[in-house]
Design a protein around this ligand. Structure first.
Ligand SMILES: Cc1cc2nc3c(=O)[nH]c(=O)nc-3n(C[C@H](O)[C@H](O)[C@H](O)COP(=O)(O)OP(=O)(O)OC[C@H]3O[C@@H](n4cnc5c(N)ncnc54)[C@H](O)[C@@H]3O)c2cc1C
Ligand code: FES
Length: 512
């Protein structure tokens, strides 16, 4: 494993021990001023799909990736490509009405086609059926209605008497969905962008735009000059604070398990909230399943407990022979259920795509086409409904509930904190509290090294929490994440946590 900063250690990375899969930089870092027509922040599926679409329209494009291509959530996804409404067809229909819901589904179906064209037989792209099911027989009528609605939205649906998944009581099948190796795909997209003359820079973090009409942004002490800028960093990274309220951060968990009784090769997800989902990792290894779920607001639940619950789910449903690996990554939940794709409110030349929830491989691909067309002055379907300027009335209650987490977190700055004895911290443990009379975030990494940091997130002052599963400091406010030693890892923060001791003490402690 290379030392590149990544929030996840997904199964795709290092699979088969292949060196080619390591997260290592292939593109230069910015070392001097850059001029481009469109600057794109973020080298995930969204930024690179936007770059390709703009190149197709004759634009000069430069993509800036803060770390390396593949280190973001795209490389940590589970590679489902589906067009089924994530909260269920009835929920999408309530938000948009049937006609517009059909357009939303069509955008995602087109996205699957676009990915298929781009990979041209590569990246293990494979068409597969998908199953939406419930374990509760009482849901049969409701699922039948959802299936009918899904069919009216343009999906190829078959109502089923039985679903070929353990414990499934009722549900339906959707044909022509797909699976892909998402890490290979994002690297493939980067190669396509580069082959078509787009410039890509890695290890080049761009400072988020704050002016109404920015003409340049800071990168590695140099400047990038542009006419338009696209924020494709997964979350909001502008001063439009409203966008943070609309897209709270969630942590989602995956495990790769070898089982002796795999279900037929397909995509599966249930109607629970949060939902569980299952798929084969690859066609060549039929017994290896990726099982995901147990989402919770970043920094608020116990990640070890979430991992335990996911493993329990896997063992309740399959004869697990081996847990091959586990990881978690972040997603941003739109409070009204729709992503935000378009111009940032109050800005003239700043575009954004965020709030993809757990279906950003299709929405991120669709966003590429939608943003390129809007930058090119074309009108696009659902322009107002997906606009980041919309006010999600249906999401008001959810938004208010989400803000409680933020309020509770900010209160931690002033409430009395408990005292921590650093010597009692075991490897892998971290805490926030009073250390030697100072409010600190303190952890001991697995090598036994103590790190003492300011607990205050460098973005907007949230109090970070220790994530014992990933060994990271996570900020519940907007989802910023840092390594155990405080380096910026993901999300809106642009700098690292402040170190409280210039030379952290190296204390070796046994694992017991
Ligand atoms: C566990 C998990 C499983 C998932 N599985 C699926 C799935 O099966 N199917 C599906 O459709 N969706 C899935 N999703 C959602 C999907 O993975 C994401 O919505 C999607 O990958 C987001 O792509 P992106 O390009 O917007 O973000 P990313 O892939 O995160 O790319 C953003 C990039 O921007 C970079 N960056 C950040 N800040 C800056 C900056 N200031 N300057 C420059 N670069 C910056 C980051 O390093 C990163 O590489 C899953 C999500 C999770 C958490
Ligand atoms: S305060 Fe915004 S990510 Fe921490």
């Amino acid at each position: 494993m290379s030392d590149t900063l990544s929030t996840h250690r997904s199964w795709w990375i290092g699979r088969n021990g292949s060196d080619a899969r390591r997260l290592e930089p292939r593109y230069p870092r910015v070392q001097e001023d850059i001029h481009t027509r469109v600057a794109i922040m973020g080298g995930g599926i969204t930024g690179l799909s936007t770059a390709l679409e703009l190149l197709d329209r004759g634009y000069d494009v430069a993509v800036f990736e803060s770390a390396v291509i593949g280190c973001g959530t795209t490389g940590g996804s589970t590679g489902h490509l589906d067009a089924h409404p994530e909260g269920g067809p009835s929920s999408l229909s309530r938000v948009l009405g049937l006609n517009k819901a059909r357009q939303a589904v069509a955008l995602r179906l087109d996205a699957i086609d676009a990915v298929e064209r781009r990979v041209n037989g590569d990246c293990e792209f494979q068409r597969l059926p998908a199953y939406f099911y419930s374990e509760n027989p009482d849901d049969a009528n409701s699922l039948r209605e959802q299936g009918e609605l899904a069919s009216r939205m343009g999906l190829n649906v078959d109502q089923l008497a039985t679903v070929p998944y353990p414990n499934a009581a009722c549900g339906y099948r959707i044909d022509d969905m797909a699976r892909i190796d998402s890490l290979a795909y994002v690297k493939h997209l980067a190669q396509m962008v580069s082959d078509r003359g787009g410039r890509i820079f890695e290890n080049s973090l761009v400072a988020g735009p704050v002016e109404t009409r920015p003409e340049s942004l800071d990168v590695n002490g140099s400047k990038v000059y542009f006419e338009e800028v696209v924020v494709a960093v997964h979350c909001n990274d502008t001063d439009a604070l409203y966008l943070y309220l609309e897209t709270p951060p969630y942590q989602s968990y995956v495990l790769a398990a070898r089982v002796s009784d795999p279900p037929p090769d397909a995509l599966y997800w249930d109607n629970a909230n949060p939902y569980f989902y299952t798929r084969r990792a690859s066609a060549s290894d039929p017994k290896l399943l990726l099982i995901g779920g147990c989402d919770h607001r970043t920094g608020t639940d116990d990640p070890i407990e979430a991992e335990r619950r996911l493993e329990e789910y896997a063992r309740e449903h399959f004869a697990v022979e081996e847990i091959v690996c586990r990881w978690s990554a972040e997603l941003f939940e739109p409070t009204d259920g729709l992503p935000m794709i378009g111009k940032v409110p109050g800005k003239e030349n700043v575009w954004i795509a965020t709030g993809f929830s757990g279906i950003g491989l299709t929405w991120g691909t669709a966003a590429g086409g939608l943003l390129a067309r809007q930058i090119n002055g074309e009108s696009v379907p659902l322009e107002n409904d997906l606009s980041p300027s919309r006010f999600g009335v249906l999401g008001l209650a959810t938004m208010a509930a989400e803000q409680m987490t933020t309020a509770v977190n900010l209160a931690e700055r002033i409430l009395p904190a408990s005292t921590i004895n650093p010597h009692e911290l075991k490897p892998g443990e971290g805490k926030v509290g009073m250390v030697d009379g100072v409010h600190a975030a303190i952890c001991r990494d697995h090598a036994g090294c103590e790190h003492r940091l300011s607990p205050i997130c460098t973005h907007m002052g949230g109090v970070v929490h220790w994530n014992a599963a990933a060994g990271t400091w996570d900020c519940p406010v907007h989802g910023g994440r840092y390594t155990a030693d405080g380096r910026r890892l993901y999300g809106p923060p642009e700098s690292s946590l402040e170190a409280m001791s210039a030379k952290p003490a190296q204390v070796k402690i046994s694992e017991e």
